[in-house]
Design a protein. Structure first.
Lengths: 387, 202
């Protein structure tokens, strides 16, 4: 077995050893239901509350504003259903979002439209950033909710959430951001950005899978998405996933300590790879944004002309390198990445796109290995291509 | 991780043909075919070009190029091995199922979009017969009737899509009257229509 290099950290991350140790230890002793009043329950509750404090500290909000969910998809669904309910109660209103959100928002938008809810989607520029003038044209006093992701999973482009939040509030709308990709890589502040809602998941920053958070500002409209017991003060029913929640809390504490240094490290690796690819492989297009201020530090999306993405992905996989692609062939649909297409990328280039996403466990040697393996793969596939 | 790596998305045969494709049309080789055919488009994510040499109405040599995913590359490679030495008639009747069987199977969602090698080969045989001023006795023999009430075949659909006469299902219905009898063919016709649009880059 040769080398294995994981460069798909935007899909999910390996758990940090600190997280793994903490939850392994807790798992064997803490099994009570965090809602129970006895010793076992109180010990579980202590871990949940500790996690809540760590996450509130990372998101710069109050612990009471944090609700635990099964992940960002559930958090996103919850926010959009709150907006649906508000619109129905008021007998009118709109939601404004973008064309590059995660499927948990894109598909929810389709569902809401079927239910008769009006949703507008602001377009993005070629660098993947929301066109602010077009966005503001969509705004009006009838807008109930604005939802714009903090950083994109494919292009890595970071949106000016603080500015968008100001615009949203100017029109009296509630402001939501899906910060799933940005958490742990970008300093987030619910207070400074004046956010009403924020979604994130544990597994994108070295925590466990199956746990996430919905931040909802104190006093802001709220309705549970999962109805049932009194957990989370009636905001989200279901027995506490204590161990995963605890693990996400440990991950949040680590993220808070390491965020600046980690971001610098990720950006250095990303830039080394970008420069290497551009120098060694002809006819490539780097997608999204290329300045440090507006790009998630570990994300690099590149299109290779005249080669199809799934072929590149599988040849890299055989060489032990794990990446992802925006090609249609990888998903079984006929359309390539809607995110890349939304930025106006040529459909052929979208089929030939590869996303490299770095994480805490990658090294500069990984970049060297990719730069050794990738160019001959592209040449080989180009040699058998019709173009 | 060994067991994990062993369970690849495709069969070992697909992997072999993907990593070591046979009969590549090397651009530097100066290989001149007697006829060639091309299907698909880069915009659709799959494109294939097939060149053939013909001796005594048998395929004596074949070369190909493919832009596409692993199963597109592997299936064209497999097809090129299968048809060498076949008569034009035999080669014309190669189906995606025959290629897929030789590959040991493909995931369901890959079957329709990526197995285009047989179509590129048929286009090359059509080209050969046309270049030699000969009748094409094979074309009608492989037509499959999809709408029995109105006698609509897959080839009629392909022709109407390829020549831009049917850009929408409404066009297709107007031109062929499909689905106006018993109506049972509707789903299959729509599927065929989408597939042909994909193959011809429409």
């Amino acid at each position: 077995m040769g080398r294995l290099i994981y460069l798909d950290n935007n899909a999910t991350t390996q758990m940090a050893p600190e997280v793994l140790n903490a939850i392994t230890e807790a798992q064997s002793v803490v099994y009570g239901n965090a809602s129970s009043m006895h010793t076992f329950g109180r010990e579980a509750q202590r871990l949940v509350e500790q996690a809540r404090d760590n996450i509130a500290s990372l998101l710069d909000c109050d612990s009471s504003e944090i609700t635990f969910t099964s992940g960002a998809s559930e958090s996103n669904n919850t926010v959009f259903m709150i907006a649906k309910s508000l619109i129905e109660k008021r007998g009118g209103g709109r939601i404004v979002t973008t064309t590059i959100e995660h499927p948990s928002i894109m598909e929810t938008v389709k569902y809401l439209r079927k239910c008769g809810i009006h949703v507008d989607q602001a377009p993005v520029a070629t660098d993947g950033s929301v066109k602010l003038d077009e966005f503001e044209k969509l705004m009006g006093p009838d807008v109930v909710l604005v939802s714009v992701m903090t950083g994109n999973n494919e292009t890595g482009t970071i949106q000016p959430i603080e500015t968008i939040s100001q615009i949203a509030h100017k029109y009296g709308a509630l402001m939501h951001t899906d910060a799933t990709q940005a958490i742990g890589k970008l300093q987030l502040s619910c207070k400074k950005w004046n956010l009403d809602y924020l979604s994130c998941s544990g597994h994108k920053f070295y925590g466990p899978k199956g746990v996430g958070v919905l931040y909802a500002k104190k006093g802001i409209p709220y309705e549970p998405f999962v109805h049932g017991g009194e957990q989370e003060h009636g905001r989200r029913a279901g027995t506490y996933n204590t161990i995963a929640i605890y693990g996400m809390g440990v991950a949040a504490k680590l993220a808070k300590e390491n965020i600046d240094e980690e971001s610098r490290r990720l950006w250095t690796m990303r830039e080394k790879l970008r420069e290497g690819i551009v120098a060694k492989v002809p006819n490539v297009v780097v997608n999204g944004c290329n300045d440090r201020q507006h790009c998630l530090p570990g994300t690099l999306d590149v299109s290779f002309e005249n080669v199809e993405g799934e072929s590149i992905l599988l040849m890299l996989d055989i060489a032990g390198i794990a990446v992802s692609t925006g090609s249609a062939c990888a998903t079984g649909s006929l359309e390539p990445s809607y995110v890349l297409m939304a930025g106006g990328l040529d459909v052929e280039l979208a089929h030939g796109s590869i996303r490299f996403s770095f994480g805490r466990f990658n090294t500069m040697e990984d970049v060297d290995y990719v730069l050794e393996v990738l160019p001959p793969i592209i040449s080989r596939l180009r040699a058998i291509s019709t173009r | 991780m060994d067991s994990f790596m062993a369970q690849w998305v495709y069969t070992d045969t697909v992997k072999d043909h993907f990593m070591n494709p046979r009969n590549i049309w090397n651009k530097d080789e100066n290989w001149v075919p007697d006829a060639s055919g091309e299907v698909g488009s880069l915009a659709c994510g799959d494109q294939m070009r097939v060149g053939i040499k013909v001796v005594d109405d048998k395929i004596s040599d074949i070369r190909w190029l493919t832009y596409g995913c692993a199963s597109a590359i592997a299936s064209t490679s497999m097809m090129s091995e299968m048809v060498k030495g076949m008569t034009l008639e035999e080669a014309y009747h190669i189906t995606p199922e025959m290629i897929t069987d030789q590959l040991g199977g493909l995931p369901q969602h890959k079957f329709h979009c990526s197995v285009l090698g047989d179509k590129a080969l048929r286009a090359a045989i059509d080209d050969y017969l046309e270049k030699n001023g000969r009748e094409n006795p094979f074309r009608s023999s492989i037509a499959k009737i999809i709408c029995e009430c109105k006698g609509v075949t897959d080839q009629m659909i392909e022709h109407l899509v390829a020549t831009d006469q049917a850009k929408t299902l409404e066009d297709l219905q107007r031109l062929t009257g499909y689905g106006t009898g018993c109506g049972r063919c509707k789903a299959r016709i729509e599927h065929e229509f989408e597939e042909m649009k994909h193959i011809h880059g429409k």
